[in-house]
Design a protein around this ligand. Structure first.
Ligand code: SF4
Ligand code: SF4
Length: 462
């Protein structure tokens, strides 16, 4: 019932905004086009959007992104996707130094020394103070959110490096032309439930994005199992033993992400993250059953590389100001990968105008509660990668205290797949349209979007 009321509330909100736009008497050519299109949708303003919201507020996307939203660009030397990468680019050589790994190791050892130890202490104290202000409902919300998050993290913990027993490689190979095999594997992955699939070739251009030392325990393990406080690490071989990466992308529930921080946000992100332990392992098993070597990699801390770089290389989107992969459907994307030697065809890079759009937009940085994202007008070369600065320590602390995916939730591209937002996605592709789309987004959703209320969204709020 509440869900229905929420849907009606949302629909009427949209109508009044539409009328508001009409009364503005906007005459500019750029603005008038979306307004006309909005008016033309009549009462059926959200086909396939609200109607497809499941009880847990996941929003389904079309499995193929219509080509009108982007163009394909061929692989270009010195670039990964639309991001410039210099030959001396330095990645993140030791996976154990990742922010959350540091937090979990320090937490498990009760070690509050060093900058990460200090930061953890501050985060724990601030969280304690925050929780002390919670009313009964907020305390219950926190318990549900934590329980769902832990349930999903448990997949991570139990499927970390060395815990999964891959199926034997079938000695009878299925031989298919690489383009046909690529298409069929993509379709099988989508049939399993993944939203988008891209393929990249693992060559020297991706070397900076591979760890030199990988983790043997998922980053969560340190805090979960007594006595396990030191990860010995393992060398990630190069040349890499797999030639291709099949990158799987799953959209997080849009409305859960739009709570921006807090228990439902945590639960939404973690749930998709947990699912992403399953999809690559299903695909890994399929490929091995077809007679080829393959290895699943999920974002549990034991992956061999930076998954965002792989997703950009596989043509699933572009690198955004927020440091995440952003596609025409938004920044609320969870990634997993299958590395394999089955002969495949790599996808071209994707360009939907994000680099110019991010210069104008800045919405993620303006709404980051930790001020961890750069507000600079232009990206700069950081470690050999043309990108915007990101303060990993500030972000890790914030996420520890409140949970956070604000930068993904406020992104103008993070919207349900419906007609109105489709218009926006097309308009945003060129620099002039980018300004219009940003203004429309500010008008409809606010410059500082209000977090969605948990009522009617959180499955435990009946
Ligand atoms: S997750 Fe939150 S704290 Fe981290 S960069 Fe994004 S908005 Fe900022
Ligand atoms: S919120 Fe704006 S600036 Fe940030 S990633 Fe999305 S489009 Fe780029």
């Amino acid at each position: 019932m509440k869900e229905q009321e929420q849907v009606q509330k949302d629909a009427s909100k949209g109508v009044s905004r539409r009328n508001f736009l009409k009364t503005l008497g906007v005459t500019g050519a750029a603005l008038s086009m979306p307004v006309t299109l909005l008016a033309a949708t009549g009462n059926n303003m959200d086909p396939g959007g609200f109607e497809t919201i499941k009880a847990n507020e996941q929003v389904k996307f079309r499995k193929e992104i219509p080509k009108i939203f982007y163009k394909r660009i061929p692989k270009t030397e010195g670039y990964i996707g639309t991001t410039q990468v210099t030959p001396d680019a330095v990645g993140f050589p030791d996976a154990r130094e990742h922010g959350f790994s540091q937090f979990f190791i320090h937490g498990a050892n009760k070690d509050y020394t060093g900058e990460w130890g200090q930061l953890l202490k501050e985060a724990q104290e601030e969280k304690k103070k925050l929780v002390a202000t919670f009313d009964e409902q907020q305390l219950e919300d926190m318990m549900w959110g934590d329980a769902i998050t832990q349930a999903s993290d448990n997949w991570h913990i139990n499927l970390e490096w060395g815990k999964w027993d891959p199926i034997a490689i079938n000695p009878n190979k299925l031989e298919l032309p690489p383009d046909v095999m690529s298409l069929k594997l993509k379709k099988v992955a989508k049939w399993f439930g993944v939203d988008q699939v891209g393929i990249c070739e693992i060559d020297e251009s991706l070397r900076p994005f591979f760890f030199k030392i990988g983790r043997t325990q998922g980053s969560l393990r340190g805090g979960q199992r007594e006595g396990v406080t030191v990860d010995p690490g393992r060398e990630v071989p190069w040349p890499y033993p797999y030639k291709y990466a099949i990158v799987l992308a799953k959209a997080e529930g849009t409305y859960g992400v739009k709570t921006l921080t807090g228990p439902l946000n945590n639960a939404t992100v973690a749930t998709e993250c947990g699912e992403d332990d399953i999809f690559p392992r299903q695909l890994e098993s399929v490929i091995r059953q077809l007679g080829y070597d393959a290895r699943a990699q999920s974002m549990n801390g034991t992956e061999d590389f930076n998954m965002v770089a792989m997703a950009v290389a596989a043509g699933l989107g572009e690198l955004g100001r927020n440091g995440q992969i952003v596609g025409p459907w938004g920044a609320h994307i969870r990634l997993s990968v299958v590395t394999t030697n089955v002969p495949l065809v790599a996808d071209d890079y994707m360009d939907f105008g994000l680099q110019e759009f991010c210069k104008t937009c800045k919405k993620c940085a303006e709404n980051c509660p930790a001020e961890a994202l750069s507000l600079e007008d232009e990206p700069s070369l950081i470690g050999g990668v043309m990108r915007y600065a990101f303060d990993n320590m500030k972000c890790t602390k914030q996420r520890t205290i409140t949970g956070c995916a604000s930068c993904a939730g406020v992104c103008p591209f993070t919207k349900p797949d419906n007609f109105i937002h489709s218009v926006g996605r097309v308009v945003g592709r060129n620099p002039l349209g980018a300004k219009v789309l940003k203004e429309m987004d500010d008008l409809f959703y606010g410059v500082n979007p209000t977090p969605r209320d948990l009522d009617g969204l959180a499955p435990w709020r009946i």
